[in-house]
Design a protein around this ligand. Structure first.
Ligand SMILES: N=C(N)NCCC[C@H](NC(=O)CCC(=O)O)C(=O)O
Length: 445
């Protein structure tokens, strides 16, 4: 049996816009009210996904969510026709309308936490959608995320789908953005690293003072229980609150791992030495590469601006590893120099490939935010909805679909236009047919 890691990228939705919704996410705040280009955003994402498929990687796509979210607007008391609701919300509660229009489900690293079957007691691949309670616009994602995951991984013999955690800040959960798995080979039991920003039930524990910590220890522990992970195969690590206060709102902005490589900034964690020792102990005897980037080479500010750590580290079919980086890393002198150096360090990382995902980057989402990693085997892959898997035909079809339905300019003021809603629903209805998802959206029920 073959084992590998698949990446499921979020297809950027038709309402991709810059609304400044994410306090603590520097790019989101800096680009608030800028005009977006949803068509370019979707195509940039598709291009990256196709390039990985062309490198021999298993690559899937996850459908976007229905936005504007009329269901939520009705739930909070707006009534009338769809057009009346949009009109009233724009006048009476513009901030709430903006929260109901974000295409933020594109960052599928926040869709769920995933534990491969090699790690779980029942031998199934486990998914728990993230509740994303810290941000209003993201807290309305988990139910549909669960529907989309169930429609994509739709086989109960292989896949276990859990409900998202209780919707309370004690269980703040941002999914795979704060989760990394190290392993010798994808088919071996790995060590799952859960990184959190605060402890809900221990107010004396370190936490940031300026920006929110979106992930709690309690949420991470709940996921480990749900996924039937062994204590011997899990490590819980506190993020350094000082870096959260400098814009590191998820751990995947400061660290990334793959197989036997952990690539992280020296300021990423608390108690770094102790935690690395625990990882080493749980990982066992074989070779493990800790690539620690010192502040003297890359300042936190440069890491946050360039998204050096929001890169994907992938294992190519040759066994060598490649870094998939945003072009923003080439544009930052210190970071570019570091990436030129990293391939010479004698670790498995041998190449760096750059992709322009600037439309997403302007909202604080790099290459790694755009993908959900699912380590799996070929039997499990055969049980996946095959219409979600990237290949020449799907790439051509999705590009044509984007050309047909997406605008090339969208401002926050356009979000109240009922025409945007009609365009978005028409596009998504067609998409569910292309990807054979069934009726995953509220407007289809
Ligand atoms: N690091 C990972 N894995 N994901 C990045 C998520 C970016 C997203 N940005 C936004 O939601 C901005 C939306 C706006 O402002 O319009 C967020 O902050 O949750």
């Amino acid at each position: 049996m073959k084992h590998f890691e698949a990446n499921f990228d979020g297809l950027v939705g038709p309402t991709h816009n810059y609304a400044g919704l994410s306090f603590g996410n520097v790019a989101s705040l800096n680009n608030a009210a800028a005009t977006s280009n949803p068509r370019a955003a979707a195509k940039q994402g598709l291009k990256k996904a196709k390039a990985l498929a062309d490198m021999g990687m298993v690559q899937g796509m996850l459908a976007p969510q229905e936005r504007p979210d009329l269901h939520t607007l009705r739930r909070i008391g707006f009534s009338g026709t769809d057009a009346e609701i949009l009109n009233k919300a724009a006048k009476e509660a513009p901030a709430l309308l903006r929260a109901c229009c974000s295409a933020s489900s594109m960052w599928t690293a926040n869709a769920a936490t995933v534990s491969p079957s090699a790690d779980t007691h029942d031998g199934k691949l486990h998914f728990t959608p993230a509740n994303l309670v810290d941000k209003l616009h993201r807290s309305i994602e988990p139910e549909t995320t669960g529907n989309i995951l169930a429609a994509t991984f739709n086989n109960s013999r292989h896949f276990a789908h859990h409900q998202h955690l209780p919707e309370h800040s004690s269980f703040g959960d941002e999914g795979a953005a704060n989760h990394t798995r190290l392993c010798k080979n994808y088919g071996n039991a790995g060590v799952e690293l859960f990184v959190y920003g605060q402890e809900a039930t221990n107010p004396a524990a370190p936490k940031p003072s300026k920006y929110p910590a979106r992930q709690t220890l309690e949420a991470s522990q709940a996921i480990a229980r749900l996924h039937q992970l062994d204590d011997e195969n899990t490590v819980f690590i506190s993020q350094n609150p000082d870096v959260i206060d400098q814009g590191v709102f998820h751990n995947d902005v400061i660290a990334v791992g793959n197989q036997n490589v952990l690539f992280y900034h020296e300021q990423a964690f608390l108690n770094t030495k102790r935690k690395l020792d625990e990882i080493k102990h749980k990982f066992g005897d074989s070779e493990l590469h800790f690539i620690e980037v010192p502040t003297s080479k890359v300042a936190i500010q440069d890491a946050v601006k360039s998204y050096l750590f929001n890169t994907q580290i992938i294992t190519l079919p040759s066994g060598e590893m490649a870094i998939i980086a945003p072009t923003n890393c080439q544009e930052n002198e210190a970071v570019h120099a570091y990436l030129n150096e990293v391939v010479t360090l004698g670790s498995p990382i041998k190449q760096v490939n750059y992709f322009d995902v600037k439309q997403s980057m302007q909202n604080g989402g790099g290459p790694a935010c755009l993908r959900l990693r699912v380590a799996m085997n070929d039997m499990e892959l055969a049980a996946v909805n095959q219409h979600t898997l990237m290949n020449d035909a799907l790439f051509t079809r999705l590009n044509a679909w984007v050309d047909k339905h997406y605008r090339d300019r969208l401002s926050v003021d356009d979000l109240a236009d009922p025409q945007v809603l009609i365009e978005s629903r028409t596009a998504l209805d067609e998409l569910t047919q292309i990807m054979k998802l069934g009726s995953v959206y509220q407007f289809q029920k």
